[in-house]
Design a protein around this ligand. Sequence first.
Ligand SMILES: C[S@@+](CC[C@H](N)C(=O)[O-])C[C@H]1O[C@@H](n2cnc3c(N)ncnc32)[C@H](O)[C@@H]1O
Length: 630
Amino acid sequence: MQKIKKLEMQTPNKTNRHVEILKELFPHAVSESKIDFDLLRQILSESIVEGDEERYRLDWVGKKASLLKANSSINKTLRPCVNESVDFENTQNLYIEGDNFEVLKLLSESYLNKIKMIYIDPPYNTGKDFVYRDNFTQSKADFEDAIRMRDEEGNKLFKNTDSNGRFHSDWLSMMYERLLVARDLLKEDGVIFISIDDNEVHNLRKICDEVFGEGNFVGNITWEKRTKAQNTLDAKNMFQSKTEYILTYKKNINKIRFNLEVSGNKNYDLDDERGVFRYKLIEEMSALGMRGRATMIYPILGILPNENKQWKVGQDTINEFLLRNDIVRIDNKVFFKIRPEDEDIKKYYPFWSHFFNKEAYGTAETGKTELSETLDTKEHDFETVKPTTLIKKLLFHLQNNDNEIILDFFSGSATTAHAVMQLNSEDGGNRKFIMVQLPEATDEKSEAFKAGYKNICEIGKERIRRAGAKITQEIASAKPRNDEMKIASAKPRNDGNLDIGFRVLRLDTTNFKDVYYHPNNLTQKDIFDFQTNIKEERTDLDLLFQIMLDLGIELSLKITPQTVEGTKLYLLENNELIACLEDTISQAAIQEIKKLKPYQVVLKDGCFADDNDKINALQELASVTTVSVI
Ligand SMILES: C[S@@+](CC[C@H](N)C(=O)[O-])C[C@H]1O[C@@H](n2cnc3c(N)ncnc32)[C@H](O)[C@@H]1O
């Protein structure tokens, strides 16, 4: 039924509209339909803003500093590691090593509004988790407690124990600043799923309401993670936990719908050109039945035109199926072709339990076994691994994700990458993944360390390599489909296009020397000393990736090196960019670039013979494209 809209017959309330616009831009600055000016001022400021107005919101020590951090810039880059990658040239998948906050910031131009689904499984703040803290100021106790890893800028992982006076605050800041940046990456019809347990679910819900807008909350899935009985009290005399949650938010509640499951577990074991179906007999009323109801006695046109039988279904239903050509006669019996969309009830099961369907949901135990089997090790010390089935289930619910990018920035053993490849192999999809993971050291006493995995990234990458190989093998050995039988069971793809590769990128300091950012601080002597503003050990490929990040170009694009007129150029897929990173460039090469008409061109500032040369070349190029210099 069409909705009837009543005309307002008055001028619009602009205040409400303005609040709505602000809410779309900064959901975290609007609470209970009121603008949180304090927070808004902080969002728009480059220093900590004082102010303490009472209002309904979750506050903690360090919240404003987190907002500031989320908005400030960083001078870092992602350096490609070709040797550790698989099929670097052609793959569209990324594996990024580094702290996810900085990585997300770096990705925020190239992947702005481009990610369909984010799944994360962050540390749950159990009192035993290692949490990354930047610019760590070291007290004696901290020192004794920690230091498994420290990067060049003094950042390190610390164990967030509940004796930490900021136990919840530190965790909240860590999550808040990452979610703020991650939100911008989601497409308008994108969805974020966050695994969490009882330790922080209440706080996480609050900050997600703030970051994504409480109107975009979809629900909270309960996942039964253990099969073993837990019906007792734990060591602290609390209920033992057997379940955890997956908080779900849409970027925009109106922009995407979820797929639902067809109830009844019906088996559609036949298929035709319109898809899968099953036969259902159209029953006749028995001789002892209610003979005589005239409306139920009719011929079925085109099928049994001359027989006036009394059917158990009404003529309207018959006509509907006749119209769509879904009635067939076999041996004098008449059948409907019932398709999944005909089944009346579609369901969403809010309790994801192995008890109902072990195959569909999996458990923490099946997740661990899956990882052991893939890595071929008995023990891997990975307690928090999720089963691929769980991630596949999330993907099932997300409509139209076949060609989309799936991001997991707490990727651990890379279950999400495994699930994406697996699902692509099953349904022919072309989903791409981006995994982000800190190279957190494995414990020297652990089995993983003994097996040669020095950090978690090594585990994640090896898992993807092995899972990819296994899936390809499964496809090769899958039995060809028997068309005679028309069995619509799983049909593994065999088109040779399954992407099991990944480009490895590593977070590092910028490729540029300080002078690049502060040219005014240069002395005459510096100018003489500096041959180049690029760090000596950095390669063309390093530079190219930093340029792509800066210009907002996706990092999976194909790169084709090409030499024209003696000058090496890098051509990016779809003509997105031509970069020339040589120290000199000929006029002939400029003319060649001009002919190719790329969307953007990047050259080195110092590659021209003199100022005149530079002005002419830049003007020529600017007449057909956008030119930048580094
Ligand atoms: C709960 S585990 C994820 C497990 C994953 N879902 C799986 O199935 O293997 C969380 C992961 O996040 C990583 N992590 C923690 N802080 C991080 C940070 N700041 N940046 C990137 N990864 C981080 C940890 O090293 C850990 O591997």
